[in-house]
Ligand binder design. Structure first.
Ligand code: GDP
Ligand code: IMO
Ligand code: MG
Length: 420
């Protein structure tokens, strides 16, 4: 069997959590392959709302194996909070959530370093989620990190060695902090991790595939936040692209099946960095209000703008997207006209190719008529208004990939699968 991948094509928060939950019944296994508690994946069903940060979005559809892969960075304290909250609401995960031994641990001092580096950057700060993501991946790549598999042997010594390195950096930055209480909770949470199955996840996943089981890999963040292909340096510290699923789970490229690329019918970004189609007018305000565009992790207001087809084409190219999923189209229900950026003007020259820097590009827009109809109760594509079908056909023509699923509201039920 193959591994299908679902990943974000914009700057994150496209609605990955919702769709992973919707698709889960078709799979045996759901696995997160990168990122950490910087993610906030929202699911709504039966009147309940859940926000998942490190735990895969496949946990609510019974009987599935859920895996936190080696490419993920895990904060034991936040993981414990998340798992205990789920247990309190009747979802005990200890028997069906597995953690990769090779996933790296976020230490309390990683969080402090994240804050210290941001403070040192001043106006040039990235606007990180403050969860220690960058410093943890830095330690992974510089071969100083601690992994979940390390917790069984000589752990405290190894912890102290790494902590001492961090303390020296924090002192050099004159960063003041107190982690006494956090550190205690952290060690308690390390013990808590032992309740879960700690596995060699690359073996587990490949054996399951060999046994004919199907796997859905869940991405975090989005392609424009990828450390190699995103709007560097305003990116996260992992490979959010399709290839990240291979390294983050230990599956070979020839094992990849469908690549579901998910995008909003408009566009948002949270944190600093260039955003060519960003709106500073009443339309942007309206998108923010109707789309409730506030970060699910930090509560920060998300910047809003029109859909950017230059960035989307680029994401589709580097990810090898085979099927598109359009989210939050209902947010545009009351717009008289809808704009789409089809090209950038760079130094007076039009281009459809994403340039090295998107800092000073000018978006070239086409305007389409809005459908001006409430879409939130629509159940099938036969009910789509003509202007909505025209928007879909326009996007498919521009992007060259079919839109397989359309989402018209946050609830699990507000999802329409198209007949392709
Ligand atoms: P993720 O990080 O990609 O999983 O996305 P987030 O959960 O951070 O952000 C998506 C937000 O939009 C959440 O609040 C979802 O409940 C909500 N959402 C998802 N799909 C739709 C949709 O089709 N319409 C509307 N109005 N909201 C949606
Ligand atoms: P999900 O999975 C949106 C952004 C931060 C910041 C940059 C780097 O919910 O889509 P980091 O803490 O990763 O070092 O921050 O990346 N960012 C996200 N933006 N959705 C996310 O995750 C994000 N995770 C990180 O705002 O600009
Ligand atoms: Mg999110």
């Amino acid at each position: 069997m193959k591994v299908d991948i679902l990943l974000g094509l914009q700057w994150g928060d496209e609605g990955k959590g919702k769709v992973v939950d919707v698709l889960t019944p078709r799979y045996d296994v759901v696995a997160r392959f990168q990122g950490g508690p910087n993610a906030g994946h929202t699911l709504e069903f039966e009147g309940n709302k859940y926000v998942l940060r490190s735990i895969p979005s496949g946990i609510f559809q019974g009987g599935k194996v859920n895996i936190i892969g080696n490419g993920v960075v895990l904060d034991p304290v936040l993981f414990r909070d998340e798992a205990e909250q789920l247990a309190a609401s009747g979802h005990d995960l200890t028997q069906r959530l597995c953690l990769s031994k090779k996933a790296h641990l976020i230490l309390p001092t990683h969080r402090m370093l994240d804050a210290a580096y941001e403070a040192a950057k001043g106006a040039g700060k990235i606007g990180t989620t403050g969860k220690g993501i960058g410093p943890t991946y830095t330690d992974k790549v510089s071969r100083n990190g601690l992994r979940i598999g390390d917790i069984f042997e000589d752990f405290e010594n190894r912890y102290n060695t790494l902590k001492a390195r961090h303390e020296a950096i924090l002192a050099s930055l004159n960063y003041e902090y107190d982690i006494t209480e956090l550190e205690q909770r952290w060690f308690e949470a390390i013990e808590y991790l032992k309740k879960f199955q700690i596995i060699d996840s690359e073996h587990t996943i490949n054996n399951l595939l060999k046994d004919g089981k199907s796997v859905l890999a869940e991405g975090a963040q989005g392609t424009m936040l990828d450390v190699d292909f995103g709007s560097y340096p305003f990116v996260t510290s992992s490979n959010t692209v399709c290839a990240g699923a291979c390294t983050g789970l230990g599956v070979a490229p020839n094992r990849i099946g469908e690549v579901y690329g998910i995008f909003k019918a408009y566009c948002t970004r949270v944190g600093s960095g260039p955003f060519p189609t960003e709106l500073f007018d009443a339309d942007g305000e309206k998108m923010c209000n109707l789309g409730h565009e506030f970060g699910s992790v930090t509560g920060r207001r998300r910047r809003c703008g029109w859909i950017d087809l230059v960035a989307l084409r680029y994401a589709i190219m580097v990810d090898g997207v085979t099927k598109l999923i359009m989210m939050k189209s209902d947010v545009l229900d009351t717009f008289e006209t809808i704009k789409a950026c089809v090209a950038y003007r760079v130094n007076g020259v039009e281009t459809q190719e994403l340039p090295y820097s998107i800092e000073n590009v000018e978006p070239v827009y086409v305007e389409l008529p809005g459908w001006q109809q409430d879409m939130t109760a629509v159940k099938s594509e036969e009910e789509f208004p003509q202007a909505f079908n025209d928007y879909i056909a326009f996007l498919e023509r521009e992007l060259g990939v079919p839109i397989a699923i359309v989402s018209v509201g946050p609830d699990r039920e507000q999802t329409i699968e198209r007949k392709l």
